[in-house]
Design a binder for this molecule. Structure first.
Ligand code: UT7
Length: 310
């Protein structure tokens, strides 16, 4: 019982949609620049009353309903986020309260930026293996708009708000994990909410990403004794279409093996991978028995990859 089975998934989006033309109302930019440099066409930002908490709760409810899971069966809750509404209680505690989850379980937030969901998933797996429990509720939720300086065109056009959640059970299934950190490369920095907006050395993060994705994919394939032909989907953190396209070229695989939805949501940090999983499950693209590679990378710098059968 070393792997995980995906029982259910759900996602939540705020109500406010901003097109690239809308962003040109904040900074000197254009739909042409954003589309050609990133592939992003629109993003969702929280409106009044919408936060990381409300998105996480909604995504979690949908994932629980999709899994058909009784709340008593949840053995831990982890929310990957860099934009929690409060320092305390954690976003995970607010989900725990809203969903009336059982008392005797660990519930906490985890911060590893855009790699956060995969760190959280591997942590949840370790906790289920160590302590038992029927299933884990793992969430990625972000209100990136709360970290942005809307006068900084280097960052504000790139990010969006969203949450994705998934319920996983321990399973006798294959599972490979790699991760890493370059704490010396703090080139994507965000401060306390609403007091110090995030900044980013875009080109350096770009270079890091286009070497990290192929290396992570190769490491997972080696660890699992597989080739890319054995893999149904590669689901990367959705930061920039050019980063994914460069990885496709480097690995020499068909582009349609890499899922892309960043045109609609922009970079939702820790939410991007569970959002993709939930959206793909909902549309029937992701079905039980498929082998997937998940790759997250971002601020820290951090990165992580998981190869598993769904
Ligand atoms: O979540 C993971 C972490 N983040 C990332 O993965 C982001 C990784 N980096 C990137 O995606 C890209 O580096 C960016 C999209 C951030 C930037 O694209 P780029 O092709 O590397 O552009 P650049 O930074 O080289 O900038 C080119 C030009 C500059 O003007 P000059 O100096 O050539 O006159 C920028 O000032 O584009 C300018 N620019 C913009 N112009 C219009 C920068 N941002 C904008 C903008 N609109 N929003």
């Amino acid at each position: 019982m070393n792997g995980l089975k995906l029982l259910g998934a759900g996602y939540a989006l705020p109500t406010r949609v901003l097109t690239n033309d809308d962003m040109a109302g904040y900074v000197e930019t254009s739909d042409e620049w954003i589309t050609t440099r990133t592939g992003i066409r629109q993003r969702y930002f929280c409106a009044e009353g919408e936060t990381t908490t409300t998105l996480a709760i909604e995504a979690a409810r949908r994932a629980m309903a999709d899994a058909g899971m009784a709340k008593e069966d949840i053995g831990c809750v982890i929310v990957a986020t860099s934009s929690g509404e409060y320092a305390m209680p954690s976003t995970a505690c607010l989900v725990h309260k809203a969903l009336e989850l059982p008392e005797g379980i660990p519930v906490f937030d985890l911060g590893a930026a855009c790699a956060g969901f995969l760190y959280a998933l591997d942590t949840a797996r370790a906790m289920l293996l160590a302590h038992g429990g029927k299933a884990a509720l793992v969430i990625g939720a972000e209100q990136m708009s709360s970290l942005l300086d809307m006068a900084d065109r280097n960052t504000c056009v790139l990010f969006g708000d969203a949450a994705g959640a998934a319920v996983f059970a321990p399973a006798d299934a294959e599972y490979a994990y790699v991760c890493g950190t370059r704490g010396d490369m703090a080139i994507e920095v965000g401060g306390p909410r609403r007091s110090l907006p995030m900044t980013m050395e875009g080109q350096n993060v770009f270079r890091f990403a286009v070497s990290t994705i192929p290396a992570t994919v190769q490491a997972l394939l080696e660890a699992g004794g597989k080739t890319l032909e054995d893999v149904d989907w590669v689901i990367c953190h959705q930061a920039n279409r050019r980063i994914i396209d460069a990885s496709v070229r480097h690995l020499g695989v068909p582009a349609d093996k890499f899922y892309k939805n960043l045109d609609r949501y922009a970079n939702t940090s820790a939410a991007s991978i569970p959002l993709a999983l939930a959206e793909m499950k909902e549309s029937g693209k992701l079905v039980s028995g498929q082998r997937v590679i998940l790759v997250g990378f971002g601020g820290g710098l951090t990165w992580a990859g998981i190869m598993m059968t769904i």
